[in-house]
Design a protein around this ligand. Structure first.
Ligand SMILES: *Cc1c(COP(=O)(O)O)cnc(C)c1O
Length: 420
């Protein structure tokens, strides 16, 4: 059975009393250790690691990674702004966005870097007449993701300049006099290490086509194992062959490329737990299921409903009042009036209920959902059923708990409404 990643019963009690549930709790020590591991990624001629901040953009997390020396991969002009507010210098931020908004030109003039992600973006950038070097994001024609929805390479993905448009992109950059200094590929979250290596080698072929390129950015997508049967990517294992490819490339071409990577999941996933309370228990009889209803759900964690993603779930009871509790198959559901608000779907199949073997839960038990640091707080069904956004808390290095995002108030939920 699953156990708590980093919280104790006493801390859960303290969280319930001081901050309430549901609350996301991050662990500073894990965040910092992950940052160090990422910076140890094998490389031949230098490495710069960026945090893909869309996985969890809260300011306190950004500040920790800034302190650890990471840069930022931003997905929108708004993320650029959040990173700057959290203390990042413009030169540490790079934007790869599906949407190149007009506002972004001012950030470029201030030194934020850009990877142009489509032919249209090349035209648009050229019109701005900004004399800064650029990166180009390509779709190498191969993708890999944990699910179809997290696969962002290959013919069914709209991300990046399609590989067959290489010559066209090159021609445009020459015509417009753009200096291409970076090639970027990112093929998906939870990608297969074999495919990742293959794409690294394909990306070097893209670099060959642009003699001015000095940096290859291979994106993120490193797998973490949330469940026992999942396999995590070993950064050394995937990094070492790529380091050799860079060395070979240098022998052939005399070009010593620096490497950039931009993990999100790898840095965040295991560093956060969602603390909820069991608020009701129902059963649909011997032919049905025992349901644990918790006071969080798709309003905090959408991944199970969206992808059939699996997260460890731990039922925690008061150890001083411990009675014998059996372990049973139970279905854990969220608080929304929506049958899709399911925390225990079948793997990869959000439609199917997959009862989990858990301690028999009762009202007021804690239900802790583990490894929810990446794409949970940042990608939820916020305010659905008019539940306010959950609080975020950090367990600091010294063990104390501190708030980093207050629970949303009712007022904040409705403040932009206007009656005409
Ligand atoms: C989302 C994203 C990442 C991070 O992906 P993870 O799977 O979280 O590591 C990196 N680069 C780009 C361009 C992205 O869009």
């Amino acid at each position: 059975m699953d156990s708590l990643n980093f919280l104790t019963y006493e801390e859960l009690e303290q969280i319930r009393i001081e901050f309430g549930t549901p609350s996301f709790v991050y662990d500073e020590a894990i965040l910092r250790a992950n940052a160090k591991q990422v910076q140890d990624f094998p490389n031949a001629f230098g490495l710069f690691a960026r945090y893909a901040m869309k996985s969890a953009p809260t300011g306190a997390i950004l500040r920790i990674f800034n302190d650890e020396g990471l840069g930022v991969d931003a997905s929108s002009v708004f993320e650029v702004e959040r990173a700057i507010r959290s203390g990042f210098g413009t030169e540490l931020i790079s934007l790869s966005s599906q949407e190149l908004s007009d506002d972004f030109r001012y950030w470029l003039q201030d030194g934020v870097k850009i990877n142009l992600c489509s032919i249209h973006q090349i035209h648009k950038f050229a019109k701005w007449r900004i004399n800064e070097p650029i990166g180009l994001r390509f779709n190498p024609g191969v993708g890999s993701g944990g699910t179809n929805r997290t696969n962002v390479g290959g013919p069914s993905s709209s991300f990046g300049i399609w590989k067959d448009d290489l010559e066209n992109a090159k021609k445009l950059c020459i015509e417009y006099g753009l200096k291409v200094e970076r090639i970027h590929t990112h093929i998906g979250s939870g990608s297969d290490p074999e495919v990742w290596k293959k794409v690294a080698s394909m990306s070097l072929d893209l670099v060959r086509a642009f003699p001015s390129v000095q940096t290859l950015n291979l994106g993120g997508g490193y797998k973490v194992a949330r469940m026992d049967n999942e396999e995590a990517t070993d950064l050394k294992e995937i990094g070492n062959p790529v380091k050799e490819l860079f060395q070979k490339f240098a022998e052939e071409t005399g070009r010593k490329l620096s490497l950039e990577i931009e993990p999100g999941t790898f840095l965040l996933a295991h560093a956060c737990s969602l603390v909820t309370s069991v608020q009701d228990v129902t059963s649909t009889g011997s032919e049905g299921y025992r349901f644990l209803k918790v006071d969080g759900g798709m309003t905090e964690i959408l991944r199970p409903s969206l992808y059939g993603a699996q997260h460890p779930i731990v039922i925690v009871t008061n150890p001083t009042q411990e009675r014998f509790r059996s372990v049973e198959n139970q279905v854990v559901v969220g608080h929304c009036c929506e049958s899709g608000d399911l925390l225990t779907p079948a793997p990869g199949d959000p439609e199917t209920l997959a009862p989990r073997n858990l301690l028999r839960g009762e009202v007021d038990d804690f239900c802790v959902i583990e490894s929810v640091g990446a794409y949970c707080s940042s990608m939820s069904a916020k305010n659905y059923n008019s539940f306010p956004e959950a609080a975020e808390i950090i367990k600091k290095k010294d063990g104390t708990l501190a708030i980093i995002r207050k629970r949303q108030t009712f007022e904040q939920m409705v403040e932009n409404e206007v009656v005409p």
